[in-house]
Each structure stands twice: as C-alpha cells, then as structure tokens.
Design a protein around this ligand. Sequence first.
Ligand code: HSE
Length: 364
Amino acid sequence: MKKVGFIGWRGMVGSVLMERMKEENDFAHFESYFFSTSQAGEDAPKMANSCGKLLSANDPKELLKMDVLLSCQGGDYTNEIFPKLRNDGWKGIWIDAASALRMKDDAILVLDPVNRDLIQKNIAAGGKNFIGANCTVSLMLIALHGLFKENLVEWVSSMTYQAASGAGAKNMIELLDQMKTVGNSFANGPAKEALELEKQMNAVMASNEFPKANFGHPLALNVLPWIDSEMPSGQSKEEWKAQVEANKILQTATTVPVDGTCVRVGALRCHSQGLTIKLKKSVAPKTVEELISRANPWVDLVPNNKPETLKHLTPAAITGTLRVPIGRVRPMTLGDTFFNAFTCGDQLLWGAAEPLRCVLRMVV
Ligand code: HSE
C-alpha cells in the first residue's frame, strides 16, 4: 500500500475532503499519515490504515517517507516546503489545493469530470505534480463541458457571484457577524419605514464597530466587485485566473478567451456565474441544451422557466452537493451565436476538495 501524507486536513477545504473520503471509503486503499504544523505528537484521526500520532509538517525527514503528499495548507506552505522536498530528491506525488504551483509547466490542473484522460496519461507518463484549479473556473468548466468538448466555444464572459467561503472560514463567520450586527440593530429599534431603516442600516455598516477585519468592507447588504490582488491588465487576479486556468485544464491548442468581473456576494459556500457564451457557429438551442446536459455525470440542465430556475438554480438549492446545475440557457438578442446561461456550484466540493480526492484515488 502507498503511504499518503495529509497536510492542512483540518482547515475548511481539508475538512470537506476528509468527509468525502470517509463517505467513499478512500482510506481503505492506502496507509494514511496526518501532518500538523503545530501539534506533532498528538493523536492522529483514526481511519482505516492510519498511523497513531500526528507528524510534523515542517520536518522534511517525515515528509520524504511518503509516496504521496496532499496539501490543503495553503500557498505559503507549498512555496516553502515543496521546493525543499524536490531538492532533496523526493520523487513522490504532490497533490495541492493551493494556487502556488498551478502555472508551472510540470503541474497538471486536475478536474476529473473534464480532464480525466489528461490526468491518467500524465500519471502513466510519470507526472508528479497535480494541482486543484480555481473554484470558479472548475465549476464553470463542469457546467460548460459539453460545449468545450465539441470545440464550439469562441469565448466566454463570466460575471461571478462568489460566496464568502472562497475567502476562507474566517470570512464566512465575518459575513454572519455582519448580518447579526445588522439584524440586531434592526430588531432592537422602534418600528420604522423602509427608507428610514435603509439610512439607519447604512450608518451601522459605516460605523467603526461594524465587523470587517477580514473583508475590510461590509459584505452583508453589499457586493464587493474585486477578489484577490490587482493585475497590470486591470483585471483582478481572480479574473486573470479564468482564462489561463481554463485553457490549461482543457489543454486548448489556441487560447479560448475567458474574462469578466468577479464579485463577492453574501452567499456562504456556493459560487454562481452569469455567462455570455460566444459560439464559433450558429447552433440550435435544443442542441446546445443536449450537449450541455449529457457532458458529464455532474451537470444538471435546469429548464429555462421561472419556477424550476428559482427552485434548482440557486446557492441555497445546491449547497453541500456535487451537482452543478446550469440554466437560463437561451439565445441572446446579441446575435445567433450568443447564448446566455447561469450556473451554480458548491465552492468547497467540485470547487476545491473533490478534484483532489479523485486524483488521489487515481494515483493510489
Ligand atoms: N479564489 C476563490 C474565491 C476561491 O476567492 O472565491 C478559491 O478558488
């Protein structure tokens, strides 16, 4: 049995990964070793074939003994430890949720429903570095897989509605704190008209006491149209990732442009995206729907009507599931090669943990 070491398994993505691995009985297929940056020597979680104590995630000697290392610890850890292990001659397989290595030539971006063949070929060819892609990109590609498979997409513009979870666990809690602060000041005040309340809530949001240490701004009752750092192109880094990562996952011969505005909204863990899809040629709406709906086992086409859209195509409807619904699929008035669509997906499942789980099963 291969020795698999887990790092960052207690964080949010790591916890979702552990739950999924238990559900799928993955631990039966390898020996598991749990690493910690701060609690080495304490009891490790009890899984099938797991070792008893936590090992130090900062001790290369222990890490070098592993056949596979899977890290959800974050980019700083990857940047520090990964080059040391390779310099020490470690030939094991590195699986990572962080973005640090995504653009390296020898890194494969893993998204099982979309590029399983590529992953398999790379494993067979001795590939060693398998990295999870950006959540928004992964969820968009699962939804639009059928159109990309047929090489029909000329470009995509993606306007995102990204949940607080994408910014981290502390941010999720901060969003709820912000909502509580707003809710309390509303509940404690005397009955007022809507416009008076709006003024009062804005004053609450602008006050120094409003909890915003993590987002830096109110997200409750607000939207934040900038995610991640600034790029020289004028894009946010989150927007920049869409094109480079989508094309790397798909291994496109010529770049398919993907661009849009990424926006943080007050959803908890599901990202949504409004898509404008420019096709290379005119395709009947029925064919577009069929291609989308049969592309992979996870995509669900939601008929373009109000009741089904509002029931099935929202963060609230799909949170905690592996389904990736796409709906509002219709030709646009912009021209007969333009289609509109809207899609949602759980940012922590197919957006983060599940592609890592799938590649781990493949390598062991
Ligand atoms: N960067 C994403 C976000 C999450 O901020 O929502 C991770 O892919």
